[in-house]
Design a protein around this ligand. Structure first.
Ligand SMILES: NC(=O)c1ccc[n+]([C@@H]2O[C@H](COP(=O)([O-])OP(=O)(O)OC[C@H]3O[C@@H](n4cnc5c(N)ncnc54)[C@H](O)[C@@H]3O)[C@@H](O)[C@H]2O)c1
Length: 262
């Protein structure tokens, strides 16, 4: 019970990685504020948190909307009494070749990932600062560390999240708050299953650990960073990717094939 008596707010916790983090934190004794654009999914996760014996608060929120985020954090604290942990996990991913990127796709990625992470981090930190304790965990991506193909808005937003992590870590240290990022490699979720099956198989084969990651493996990393014992870890990026960054193996085959075809 590493998080006994604590309260965590997790964005995008209606499904996928965020849901796995919510349930893992609940098993470790945390009450959980489940925030998602999809209210039904948020409710379902909240019911599962409650079934684990913890308190839950569910809220439909678009993290890219500043006012909604302020209200959600305020209401979550009113409902659960405090806020110890924030996981900025909500995200989208829509591939577009560079010359075809639309203004809407570019702006939506930056608004949801980067602006949303800032809005949530600032609102949460204002609560955490009052008790001089907090853990903020931003879900970045290996796409923020290596140039992704046909995913420029996504990669740029994730690189921005890594910059936000470092800046906030410095600015919030005086308030007892640590800020770290996790950079997952490909994780088997609905988001990734929008890829063609062959592309997914190929992506998995590029990893030294030749398989996709599991949501529970990101939840495990989030728990590590969220635990009270991790107080000296600050402003860092924990890469959880089966070794793909170490191998420099991000989409190399796809790149070669595109070159060959041109
Ligand atoms: N799956 C992967 O391979 C992978 C790899 C690296 C990073 N990530 C990141 O992990 C996070 C979770 O991804 P996932 O694979 O679980 O995706 P997912 O699509 O399964 O889940 C994302 C959740 O975020 C919610 N969401 C989307 N936009 C939102 C918004 N504006 N406000 C509130 N909630 C919103 C969705 O409703 C959904 O429940 C994302 O930030 C993603 O970029 C995923």
């Amino acid at each position: 019970m590493q998080l006994h008596g604590q309260v965590a707010l997790i964005t995008g916790a209606g499904r996928g990685i965020g849901k796995a983090i919510a349930l893992r934190f609940a098993r470790e004794g945390a009450d959980v504020a489940v925030v998602d654009l999809n209210g039904e999914w948020a409710q379902t996760t909240a019911i599962e948190v409650t079934a684990l014996g913890r308190r839950a608060f569910a809220r439909t929120t678009d993290v890219s909307d500043y006012d909604q985020v302020q209200a959600t954090v305020r209401e979550a604290v009113a409902a659960l009494g405090r806020l110890d942990i924030l996981v900025n996990n909500a995200g989208i991913g829509k591939a577009q070749p560079f010359l075809q990127i639309t203004k809407e796709n570019w702006e939506r990625h930056l608004h949801v990932h980067l602006f949303g992470s800032f809005y949530c981090a600032q609102a949460a930190a204002r609560e955490m600062a009052q008790r001089h304790y907090g853990r903020i965990i931003n879900i970045a991506s290996v796409a923020g560390l290596m140039g992704p193909i046909d995913l420029a808005p996504y990669g740029v937003a994730k690189a921005g999240i890594i910059g936000l992590t470092r800046a906030a870590a410095l600015d919030l240290a005086d308030y007892g708050i640590t800020v770290n990022a996790i950079a997952p490699g490909p994780i088997d979720t609905e988001l990734l299953r929008t890829w063609p099956e062959e592309a997914l198989r190929e992506r998995a084969q590029h990893l030294p650990i030749a398989r996709l990651g599991r949501v529970e493996e990101i939840a495990h990393a989030a728990l590590f960073l969220a635990s009270p014992e991790s107080g000296f870890i600050n402003g860092t990026v924990l890469v959880v990717d089966g070794g793909s960054v170490a191998a420099g193996a991000y989409m190399v085959e796809k790149y070669r094939r595109r070159k060959a075809a041109s």
